[in-house]
Design a binder for this molecule. Sequence first.
Ligand SMILES: Nc1ncnc2c1ncn2[C@@H]1O[C@H](COP(=O)(O)OP(=O)(O)OP(=O)(O)O)[C@@H](O)[C@H]1O
Length: 678
Amino acid sequence: MFLSELTTPIERLQGVGKVRANDYHTKLGVDTFKDLLALSPRAYEDRTKLTSVKDLKAGENVINTKIKVQSHTYFGGFKKNERTLKVIVQDLSGTRISLLCFGRSFLEKTLQAGSVWFINATVNQWNGEWQSSAFSVYRTQEEAGLGRVIPIYPMGGSLTQKSIRKDINTILSNKYLTFDDELPARLYEKYGLMHTDSAIRLMHMPRSMEEVRASKRTLALTELLLMEIALMRQSSYEKSNKKSTISDIEKKLISTLPFSLTKDQIKSLSEIRNDLDNQKSMNRLLQGDVGSGKTLIAWISSLHEIAKGHQVAFMAPTELLARQHAEKAAELLEPLGVKIAFITGDVKGKGRKYLLEALKNGEVDIAIGTHALFSKDVVFKNLRYVIIDEQHRFGVEQRLALTSKGEIPHLLLMTATPIPRTLALTMFSDLQVSSIHTMPQGRKPITTYLVKEENREKMYQTIAVEFKRGHQAYFVYPRIEDEGDSGLRDVKNMFTYLQKEYPNIPSALIHSKVPEDEKMQILTDFRAKKISYLVATSVIEVGIDIPMATCMVIEHAERFGLAALHQLRGRVGRSDLQSYCFLVYSSSLSDDSKARLRVMKESTDGFYIAEKDLEIRGPGEIAGAKQSGFLKLRYASLVNDIDLIEIAKKEALEIIRTDKGLISTENYMLRINIEQEG
Ligand SMILES: Nc1ncnc2c1ncn2[C@@H]1O[C@H](COP(=O)(O)OP(=O)(O)OP(=O)(O)O)[C@@H](O)[C@H]1O
């Protein structure tokens, strides 16, 4: 069978109870046997050889060794039950190591003098003595996993390394289970790949790091190739040479704007129009910095389709943003006679029924909402254009699911987190890209200050001056409330603190737990200047557009990624007023965090920041792309596997060129796997 066909729910696995199943679903996104087998270890520990402290190289501190217990002593405290057990042992090389058994006095009975054990320990040197307080002891070499390479999985809740390994083993030990190859036979030979069955088994139970590398390479190339083919299959882009004309209704909107469009806005709009007038469906990414005027382009281009009698769907990542967009659209488009509907999961009952009828009958021109727009009961009469805001929140998979709905509509994805060039060139080969580099005229670059924690007071005073000028501010913190141990400032406590700092200045608290209606009311009041500042978590990260807000304070700035910092900063500087961003950091910063904050101070250009992000993170993943489902890759790395990405692209192109329907026997498995995953 193919791995994608192993869809048995995880709760049916022997030994997995309710709690563990629930943790699999919620912590790891594992719902089926297939998902568990596809769970890629986040690291491997090489325990193939016994190592003594003498074998440690600079920077290493983990040993797997055989020990002989010498003696016991106790240290610290006055009474016996307050003292800590110290077990003196000798490792393979005869070196003395002290095992410090904090809270583990019971080991005195187990680790008897003269007995022999295997240990896995993290060691360090203290006053010339080797010590370890983080160690595990095993009776046999087998139990210690020695002679093997141990996979380390992502964990969560009740799931431990041991339980995950055991569950994977339970599935793989079914002797009737074998996995068929997912790629055409010739590719295995051409690229020296393992068979799928071996690759899956060796990913979880490798005997050497060489096997880890070989299995990863196979699984990564398989994954990339399936994704490239799936994307290319549904892409039917053909550049049109025809120049489109601007409809009257578009002209009308443009003429009512109190400003003129920027050069890049005009260019993007014309690229989109040309695509919209093409027979083939558009698949275009509109990338532009925060506040560069992308959403406006979305509305104008919607009119191009509405003028033809077509319907448009506009999807935002959160209800809050969907509502804000709906309000803005109403202001801009309703005077032109455009009929707008707002649809989210929260619109229920009679109102929903009425809206759905109107959509079905074609009485609505634009439906604005969250992903609820694409639930089964939402039927359009004539949907021809879909716009997705902040596309990094929607994975490639949703993109595929969306366009597989009947007649393929034109698709415009908008993002304010530009994609580094290398990635755009490779992974997004199926997308056409329009970029807005120029900012609207009159915008002053935001001034960014890096503020040491101890200088916060001065910063609060500077902001007080802005309040006096009638300007507004955001204060952002990483947490809603402190759970007692983090030492981080949190939204709730700081709300109280700032009220004392700024007596008589109206403020509001906004975070994910505030009900949607309340959030909306707060934003309406903020826009109407009834509120001067918001104390918030990163819920305000995307899309909120309040022109009079000129100050953005982000405390514990080192806790946020570059993309998030850039998005947050983009909430100010949205008018011709001078705006300021204060990044407050703690004095104990890692080199990476320092480099990131420096980039923020140096530049306000999202394109530059995206490239730097990739550079600083090096072999890591970019801009939270993996986590956010931008590209949900399990095995391949966008940074390390550029060579595989290129192979996948080349082979996928060839396959699509010769057999787009994937109907040949050789390509049969590709079709099955793509359809299963889709
Ligand atoms: N050419 C322009 N000149 C002046 N103001 C503009 C121009 N284009 C758009 N704006 C205004 O700038 C603000 C931001 O525009 P818009 O919301 O379209 O940007 P965006 O790129 O979608 O922003 P974000 O990424 O933050 O969602 C809006 O108030 C909009 O009316």
